[in-house]
Design a protein. Structure first.
Length: 688
């Protein structure tokens, strides 16, 4: 860490947020204060450019409302009333409470975390060691990408795909389920380069996003119908013999059953299901079947529905049918995280569980889990929850139940946070966490194939501690009750954990120290000659792994859990607002001003039928609750679909809710993921 001086210094770091770009950061520090955060021009994928959110990172670090000392609840759960306490008092009490519960029933303790930071050290190292030693319940971390991730693994053998930089050489790019301008900015730069060189860009999205506006073609399908569209494209590839028969024969498994499935989906059938013109489907199939190289940038928006896993599998089959994988600028990219070389087992030490096999609780159904009385197959009631890198009261589905669960007076809740979020308001203790500018960490990416090191640029503000430091200290206090927590692996420093993450891998830690990033050595065209990571070594159209799980083994279209009805005739999707990232950045004043207030985008026809004008207050509701926001008739919503831009903190909503008041806890076909975009609602105008 640089020492405070009057001469500005620059420190190389990495963006920690849940985004495929994982940018390299340059923080300028003067007098011990971070005065500016910029993109690193020396890092190819960052290219000196940051999104609007992270470019405001100093505003977040020096926010006036940041939590800078441990706090203990002094009022009712959810009231936000707290008093300051010392670290020693807080950790002593927390350790005693957790020990008392764990001595009786360790599975009654639950860690709850996700991708508030994507770093391995602050996200999945000392914390996992702590909870493994305790024997706490395990968390199924499904809330974002598990449906698509497990579906891709069933097809390719892992989260693997094209290298992002080679999209610049593609002749056709299909951007499927992604608003790249808002959520994958650096990929968009490669797509723009391809466009300038004559490539055709096609966007598939229920919303006319900023990205859709900039593409040559937009297929504005109904939510949850992506598999039907993919199968119709296959139908046309077969009917017109736009197939690479040699690649199919040598490098795929299950062609005949997939062919039979695709032939059940002529464009006319898919057009009716998807709400698209037949000719638009035919034209896309023609473009894809006759353009070389063709590439698909698939993102996770389209898998947040009941049939999301099947949809990812159907789309992932397409490049193998046309032999797109033969070219480095052809194929598909959903996630490249399977190429990461990290030594996760050495970081997390699952062996600390010994012979214990704790239950697993799905984070996407945390509302039901917290309200369950315990017993039966579910196991003991959850008595304590430790939340970090997440804000479940705002981000988890069916949030009325989540809030009710966290409001339980008998639930001991610890939250490690930067700010008093909706979840922190329900805590018994809030512990102040460092931001990315204040700690060590190491990062992979699910968009590109580099590893990045984050060095602390400034000292921790106030009494803030890194997540790893919190769990180190908590282990030291637990050691007063259980000597196992005094073991050396609970004393490893954050920098040492960074080194552990890449020990015995192809990544040189000294290179990371010198330049802040290093490239994972990978082939340019990963599946040019097959070599998939599946059991067969082939692209598996028909998956035996899914057969063992009781899932249909050849991809098909599955209708949504909640199709529109007469009572709730509108399908609702809820992507993040452009200037927010999940619930992060919601309280950054400059970004909040850009978003103004919670909005619901409607098609003008749907608005007119309800007497709604642009800017009107509206009530969005279904049987799970209601959310009050303001109508936006900006031309982005298609008829029959509304778009609730998220994810605002509930306490910033007009009636103390956000869009997750309306979402449900039913899960995806593959991966046990949430179905945020599989939701039916009604909308009415409100007076005033």
């Amino acid at each position: 860490m640089p020492t405070p001086t009057d001469t500005p210094a620059q420190v190389i770091g990495a963006c920690p947020h849940d985004c495929p770009d994982t940018c390299s950061l340059v923080t300028t520090v003067a007098g011990g204060t971070a005065i500016k955060v910029q993109g690193n021009p020396a890092h190819t994928h960052t290219g000196g450019v940051l999104c609007a959110k992270v470019s405001k990172y100093t505003e977040r670090t020096y926010h006036a409302e940041r939590v800078l000392q441990p706090l203990k609840r002094s009022g009712p759960k959810g009231s936000g009333r707290f008093v300051p306490v010392s670290w020693d008092e807080a950790l002593s009490d927390i350790a005693a409470r957790l020990h008392a519960i764990a001595r009786r029933e360790p599975e009654a303790v639950l860690p709850y975390s996700y991708a508030g930071t994507m770093g391995l050290v602050q996200g999945e190292s000392m914390d996992r060691r702590f909870f493994h030693q305790l024997g706490a319940s395990l968390l199924d971390r499904t809330i974002c990408a598990s449906a698509g991730g497990e579906a891709l693994a069933a097809t390719y053998g892992g989260k693997l795909g094209m290298r992002m930089e080679f999209f610049a050489e593609s002749r056709l790019i299909i951007i499927w389920g992604s608003n790249s301008i808002a959520s994958n900015l650096h990929f968009w730069r490669y797509a723009q380069e391809a466009k300038r060189n004559g490539a055709r860009l096609v966007c598939i999205d229920p919303r006319r996003s900023e990205t859709a506006e900039k593409c040559h073609e937009h297929l504005q399908l109904l939510p949850g119908t992506d598999a039907a569209l993919a199968l119709a494209l296959m139908h046309e590839l077969i009917a017109n013999d736009w197939l690479d028969h040699d690649y199919i024969a040598r490098h795929t498994l299950g062609w005949e059953p997939l062919r039979a499935r695709a032939l059940q989906w002529p464009p006319e059938r898919a057009a009716q299901v998807c709400g698209l013109p037949v000719e638009q489907i035919r034209q896309l199939a023609r473009d894809y079947g006759t353009t070389t190289p063709a590439a698909i940038r698939l993102n996770y928006g389209m898998q947040r529905v009941r049939g999301g896993g099947n949809a990812v599998r159907a789309i992932a089959c397409l490049p193998a049918l046309v032999g797109a994988w033969r070219h480095r600028a052809g194929g598909l990219l959903l996630s490249s995280s399977g190429a990461q070389p990290f030594a996760r087992a050495r970081l997390q030490m699952p062996q600390l569980l010994g012979d214990r096999r704790p239950r697993t609780i799905n984070m996407s159904t945390i509302g039901d889990a917290l309200l369950h009385e315990g017993g039966g197959r579910f196991g003991p009631r959850i008595e304590a929850i430790v939340v970090y890198n997440s804000n479940p009261v705002a981000v988890a589905p069916e949030s009325a139940k989540v809030a009710a669960g966290f409001a339980r007076e008998d639930l001991f809740t610890v939250v490690i946070e930067h700010f008093m979020t909706d979840t922190a308001d329900h805590a018994d203790y809030v512990l102040p966490a460092t931001t990315q500018l204040e700690h060590w960490d190491i990062h992979g990416s699910y968009g590109h194939t580099d590893v990045l090191l984050n060095r602390p640029a400034i000292a921790p503000r106030g009494q803030a501690r890194s997540n790893a430091a919190v769990f180190r200290a908590l282990a030291a206090h637990m050691a007063r009750h259980d000597a196992a927590f005094a073991a050396p692996h609970f004393q490893e420093s954050d920098e040492a954990l960074c080194r552990t993450a890449v020990a015995q891998t192809a990544i040189d830690f000294e290179e990371l120290l010198q330049q802040g990033f290093a490239r994972i050595p990978l082939p340019e065209a990963p599946f040019a000659d097959g070599g998939f990571a599946t059991p067969s070594g082939k692209c598996e159209f028909d998956s035996s792994a899914l057969a063992a799980l009781g899932v249909n083994t050849v991809p098909d279209h599955l209708p949504n859990h909640e199709p529109p009805t007469d009572r709730h005739p509108l399908a609702m999707i809820s992507p993040p607002a452009r200037n927010f990232l999940n619930s992060s950045f919601v309280n950054v004043a400059s970004l909040q001003r850009m978003e103004s207030r919670p909005l619901l985008e409607l098609h003008p026809d749907d608005a007119a039928a309800r007497g709604i004008a642009d800017g009107d207050r509206v009530r969005v509701f279904n049987d799970r609750g209601e959310h009050v926001c303001h109508a936006s008739l900006n031309g982005r919503a298609r008829k029959g679909v509304v778009v609730g831009l998220g994810i605002w903190w509930r306490k910033l909503g007009e009636n103390g809710t956000n869009v997750n008041q309306l979402t449900h806890q039913q899960l995806t076909d593959i991966g046990r993921g949430p179905c945020f975009y599989d939701c039916a609602v009604q909308v009415t105008r409100m007076a005033g």
